[in-house]
Design a protein around this ligand. Structure first.
Ligand code: MN
Ligand code: MN
Length: 467
């Protein structure tokens, strides 16, 4: 073999190398990548709302020996507990051998996704058709949600407190719903509008019925017929929509993308991909961990982490306080010594839109989980900006455990931006950095991720919990 030149040797020593997982993974790893992707796809299909994701998480946790947290109880090393917050977010913890004052290892992901919520007075009839009025949730490009099949998910809580769970459009044979768009033949005016103007929030009306109730005297007969069907099926009246949380979500299920099947198309990879990776990494811990391992699957991230189920609320802080106090430990010291991976999706380089990212500092599909030292906008507004020490800590752990990872930020400087829950955990005095799967078509009804990146993100969380 020819000897390497000084330049080649120096290059190996000092230049940063990055490789696609598909350039380096062995057969065994490739099998694991595909198996993990299948499990994730089942989770995603079953969890199109935060409530459904909580239900999934509880069942998986129970199967792994987790029990519901009792604030009055003192837990010891090896105990596994979970606490549900108003059916919409959940904390799971595997109590470690070390003192809580040595800190916890936390992964925080969100299980809410952009969607089309129903208004509280949604049902109306127009020109012989019945519709639901909606109010979109999260940052969406409205035109993307038209002319596609939608399914209806959520709960209706009747005045007597009885809860009706709704899930229509996921089983074979179920009816679906849709927001109609204008035919191109008659879209001359529409086509002159900007993407933001062409479809407004109030235009997102969902078609839900078309057959009139048979009666000569009744008015709004199509609406009446729909309400009659809903009354028969769910025992609800029009008034009950007032106390309901119903959402239209893409009916499409997860699927492989590409002839080589290495990508997953589906709804809500942001942030169910990281949620599943975090959940599985926690549940898969076999031995009692050194430090207490915790996962938060939170709600309301897409609207600013607000409300009592979002991470600006006290629920996580209170959970840790309760565990610490039961043990006579100081939660202030616990938080101070804790570390967190804020597990949210990252931007990936999309060759169709190269201008919005800066290639050297952008995630790439198949190059592993993306670590973002900071997110935010403009001059790093609204971000926690992890310390160099924190990044070094995770960098070492990932490399020691053969986790493929990369660094990335949210697009070019001043191109736009966005935040994650990282800043709210940083406010608790926790060392936190963003880490997660890279996504194409983020916030679209149909997003794309890499199976390899998903698996490597799981491996990253697994490595974190081992330390
Ligand atoms: Mn997200
Ligand atoms: Mn998002």
């Amino acid at each position: 073999m020819e000897e390497k030149t000084t330049g080649e040797l120096l290059c190996e020593r000092v230049m940063k190398k990055s490789k696609s997982v598909y350039d380096t993974a062995d057969e065994k790893t490739l099998c694991e990548i595909n198996a993990f992707a299948s499990e994730y796809m089942s989770f995603n299909d079953a969890s199109k709302t935060e409530r459904e994701a909580v239900t999934f998480a509880v069942e998986a946790a129970k199967a792994a020996g987790y029990t519901e947290f009792d604030r009055k109880k003192k837990y010891g090393a090896g105990d596994k507990i979970y606490e549900i917050n108003r059916n919409s977010s959940i904390i799971l913890a595997h109590i470690g051998k070390k003192d809580l004052e040595e800190g916890i290892n936390l992964t925080a992901a969100h299980i809410d996704c952009p969607r089309i919520d129903l208004k509280q007075n949604p049902v109306y009839e127009n020109s012989g058709l019945c519709y639901f009025k909606t109010h979109y949730y999260g940052g969406i490009k409205k035109y993307q949600w038209t002319a596609m099949p939608l399914s209806l998910h959520g709960v209706i809580v009747r005045k007597d407190g009885e809860k009706v769970t709704v899930k229509i459009g996921e089983d074979a044979g179920d009816p679906l719903f849709t927001i109609t768009d204008l035919l191109p033949h008659l879209a001359r005016n529409q086509m002159t509008k900007t993407l933001a103007e062409a479809f407004t929030g109030e235009d997102l009306n969902v078609l839900v019925g078309s057959v009139p109730f048979k009666d000569d005297k009744a008015s709004e007969k199509v609406k009446l017929n729909i309400l009659s069907i809903l009354f028969e099926k769910y025992g609800i009246t029009e008034e009950d929509f007032v106390s309901a949380e119903l959402a239209m979500v893409p009916a499409q299920k997860c699927c492989d993308i590409g002839f080589d099947r290495a990508l997953i198309g589906g709804y809500g990879h942001d942030d169910r991909s990281n949620s599943f990776a975090a959940l599985r990494a926690l549940l898969d811990i076999k031995e009692t961990p050194e430090k207490t391992a915790v996962v938060i699957l939170t709600d309301k991230e897409e609207i600013g982490s607000t409300g009592n189920t979002g991470l600006q609320a006290a629920y996580f802080e209170n959970f840790i306080k309760s565990i610490c106090r039961a043990h006579g430990k100081d939660e202030v010291i616990c938080f101070k010594n804790s570390k967190c991976l804020s597990a949210d999706v990252a931007v990936c380089l999309d060759p169709n839109f190269p201008d919005v990212v800066e290639a050297a500092n952008c995630g790439k599909l198949h190059y592993g989980g993306v670590m973002a030292k900071y997110t935010g906008a403009r001059g790093k507004s609204d971000t926690s900006d992890a310390s160099a020490e924190t990044v070094a800590y995770f960098r070492r752990i990932f490399d020691e455990n053969n986790v493929s990872w990369q660094t990335g930020e949210l697009g070019k400087t001043d191109m736009g931006g966005g935040g994650t829950v990282a800043q709210y955990l940083a406010h608790l005095d926790i060392d936190v950095v963003d880490f997660g799967v890279g996504v194409l078509s983020m916030h679209a009804p149909f997003e794309v991720i890499s199976k390899a990146d998903l698996y490597m993100t799981y491996k990253a969380f697994e490595a974190f919990y081992k330390n």
